[in-house]
Structure formats: C-alpha cells, structure tokens
Write a protein that binds this ligand. Structure first.
Ligand code: FAD
Ligand code: FES
Length: 267
C-alpha cells in the first residue's frame, strides 16, 4: 500500500500534449508515484525547465489517473502555460506532488453537485470519478465563456455524471452563468442531502459561497491562488479564513488547502 502522504519530485517525459478546446490543453505524462497516491483535489507543482529559463514552478490539479499515467488540463494564461503548450512527446518536465488536502465526501452526499467554471472543472474531475466509484449520485454544472472553450463535458458524461452546461454567450446550454444553473437546480428540486463542490474564477466562487450560505448547503471550494513554493514556506498563496472559535487567520492554499469550506473563506 503506498504511503498517501509521501511526496515526490521527479523528472518525467511528456507522452502527449493536445489542444482540446480553444486555449486549453491536456498534457499526459508517466508518473507512477503520483498516480498511485493523488486524491481528488490534490495538485502537482510543475517545473517547465526544458529550454524555457523559467525558474518558478506552476501548480495544476491532477485531472485524471490512468494506471501509471496522470493528465493535467490547463488553460493558456501567461508565460508558463505558453511554454508548457509547446512541449511535445519526449520533452521533459519535473513533477512535485501530490500536494495539498483533498475534497471530503466521507458523509455521503445525495446528490453531489459539482460546479466548475472555465478551467476550474479540471480540479473536479478526479472527484467526479471518486464519487462515481463510491456510487454517489452526482450532478455536474459546467460553465464556460462559449462552446469553443467548453471543457470536460464528454469526460463527465463518459463516467455517467448528469452534466448541465452554461455559456456566457449562450452558444450552447443555458445562456448565462453556471451559478444560475445552481440556483435553478436548488429551487426546482427537493434534494435530500446535497453537497456542493466548486472550482473556478473568484467571482463564481463568491456567488457559490453566497448560495451555500443562503441555502445552508455544505460547500467545499478548491482555491487556485498564485503560488511560489507550494510547500508551505513562502506564504505567497494565503487566503483569509474564519476560525470556528472566532476571529480569522491567513491559511496557506498549498498546505491547509487547496480545498476549504466555503463558509470559512473571507473574501
Ligand atoms: C492548487 C492549484 C491548482 C490549479 N490547477 C489548475 C488546473 O488544473 N488547470 C489550470 O488551467 N490552471 C490551474 N491552476 C492555475 C494555474 O496554476 C495558473 O493558471 C498558472 O500557474 C499560470 O501560469 P502562467 O505562467 O501561464 O501565467 P503567469 O505568467 O504566471 O501569469 C499570467 C497572468 O495571470 C495571472 N495569474 C496567474 N496565475 C493565477 C492564478 N492562480 N490566479 C489568478 N491569476 C493568476 C497573473 O497575475 C498574471 O497577470 C491551479 C492553481 C492552483 C493554485
Ligand atoms: S506557495 Fe509558498 S506557502 Fe504556499
């Protein structure tokens, strides 16, 4: 049995790196040590060294695990992801992980409601797979700017998740924000013991938090703050968290997170 808390920092080679939607890529690499241990919500810190001159690593959630291989689904944002998108079969990267805490579904949700905005859905795919394996009824609400940028719908449907789409421009699915789908779902269904799991842009997470607080539905958020070390040392990734005994403290997204209870985050 692998030690679930053990971390690795290993070189690996890219197996494939494909454009899967406008501005978004899926990178696959062989990483048996991470593949054997990564849990839903956990991430890897990737050094994109090859010829790039980039010194800082970039964090990405493990999207899927297939035997010894892991994938990451990433959006082109800036220099790092731009260099990453140019990598081809056989190019090398260095992977540190698995890092961070995990989503909790020890109290069985009924249903689990996954809410992903943009590339945020990448942080929820491993969770969706684990929920499927645990026979938890799961609904996914997936939002994107437009149809060309829509992510993960086929992957979610392939594992039997009932998936609903919202696009900002109405090119497919509901015309509007994915949080409107969430509100509609909660208003029109008498759900027994729902739990919401969300990842996406800050604006979406704030709205999800408001819905969670108004409805009293337990909600977990995967935060994607910018990171430096990802090892709890530099304090570059902190977010403000409400303490149960009153007051607040700054907690590190890389070690105390990335998953937090929505009610605890102070925006
Ligand atoms: C735990 C965790 C998991 C993540 N998982 C994924 C994932 O699975 N897929 C994915 O596409 N992305 C994910 N991200 C975000 C990803 O790490 C950043 O998009 C990436 O590091 C950007 O690198 P870059 O060099 O291309 O951009 P940079 O050149 O570093 O930045 C370009 C611009 O984007 C802004 N920016 C960069 N990163 C962030 C951020 N995290 N939040 C807000 N603004 C930012 C910068 O301020 C800058 O203006 C994750 C982040 C965290 C913390
Ligand atoms: S990134 Fe350095 S403490 Fe979190």
């Amino acid at each position: 049995m692998p030690n679930p808390t053990q971390k690795f920092d290993l070189p690996t080679e890219v197996i494939s790196n494909e454009l899967i939607a406008e501005n978004h890529y899926l990178l696959r690499c062989s990483c048996p040590e991470v593949a054997a241990r990564a849990l839903p919500g956990q991430f890897i810190h990737v050094l994109i060294s090859q010829g790039s001159g980039l010194l800082l690593r970039r964090p990405f959630t493990v999207y899927t695990i297939d035997d010894d291989q892991i994938t990451m689904l990433y959006q082109l944002i800036g220099e790092g992801t731009n260099v990453l998108s140019g990598l081809k079969f056989g190019d090398s990267i260095r992977v540190l992980g698995p890092l961070g805490n995990t989503f909790d579904f020890s109290v069985t949700p009924n249903p689990a409601i996954i809410v992903g905005g943009g590339a945020g859905i990448a942080s929820l795919m491993l969770l969706a797979t684990a929920l499927r394996d645990a026979d938890v009824h799961t609904l996914a609400l997936v939002g994107s700017m437009n149809q060309a940028r829509l992510l993960s719908v086929k992957d979610l449907q392939a594992i039997g998740v009932d998936t609903h789409i919202a696009t900002d421009d109405g090119s497919v699915g509901h015309h509007g924000f994915v949080t409107e789908l969430l509100t509609h779902l909660l208003q029109t269904h008498d759900l027994q013991n729902p739990v919401i799991y969300a990842c996406g842009p800050d604006g979406m997470l704030r709205t999800v938090t408001k819905i969670a607080l108004d409805s009293g539905i337990p909600t977990q958020l995967a935060m994607e703050n910018r990171m430096g070390c990802a090892l709890g040392v530099c304090l570059g990734c902190v977010c403000k968290v409400q303490l149960s005994e009153g007051g607040f403290e700054y907690q590190r997204v890389c070690t105390e997170g990335p998953v937090f209870n929505a009610e605890d985050i102070i925006w």
